[in-house]
Design a protein around this ligand. Structure first.
Ligand code: FAD
Length: 154
């Protein structure tokens, strides 16, 4: 019993990708912003942090926090009609938070984000389902690094 409790509270990280599913004429930036606002409120209550990348019709998201909170959050996200074809890239215990600065933040890649473009350079079209767990984590950490730098400047 105590092992189960300690495991449900220990730090976990889940990475997944999914396809954006917005109707025609929908303002994707506004929708993503709304998702981030809801996420920041909900995630702060349960100790979940993370990063949401929106790029070329895809989402890639990292969720980290107590195992139970991460799984409950992911289950709720799975039911959201604003995306589909969710695919877990990795899930399991983590030694430390990589995205601890954010209850949730979102980032779209711009053409000037050289570091990210370098990370993505090996593929013709962005397809996160082909990313290994390590490559997905590297990508999101690169995005987080750029986000941190641009947030400091702004
Ligand atoms: P309610 O607000 O009661 O909504 C009921 C249902 O409607 C839910 O299935 C909800 O998903 C859906 N819904 C809500 N708003 C809209 C809308 N504008 N258009 C269409 N359907 C809608 N939430 C978090 O708490 N943490 C996260 O980290 C997080 N990440 C997300 C990442 C992605 C890619 C997406 C698409 C959503 C994410 N969300 C996240 C939002 C999450 O899916 C839920 O919408 C939110 O947590 C509210 O859940 P609820 O059960 O209270 O739904």
């Amino acid at each position: 019993m105590s092992e189960a409790i300690s495991s449900s509270r220990s730090l976990h990280r889940l990475l997944y990708s999914s396809r954006q599913k917005f109707g025609p004429g929908v303002d994707v930036d506004a929708e993503v912003e709304a998702i981030v606002l809801t996420s920041a409120l909900n995630n702060a209550l349960v100790g979940v942090t993370g990063l949401l990348l929106a790029h070329e019709g895809w989402f890639v998201q990292a969720l980290e926090g107590p195992a139970q909170a991460v799984m409950t959050t992911y289950q709720r996200i799975l039911n959201d009609p604003r995306h589909a074809d969710s695919r877990v890239l990795s899930a399991g215990p983590a030694e430390q938070r990589e995205f601890g600065d954010w209850d949730m933040c979102a980032r779209r890649i711009s053409a000037t984000d050289d570091a990210i473009l370098t990370t993505l350079a090996q593929r013709q079209a962005f397809d996160p389902t082909t990313l290994s767990a390590a490559a997905a984590l590297r990508l999101l950490k690169t995005v987080a690094g750029i986000k941190q730098r641009t947030t400091r400047v702004a």
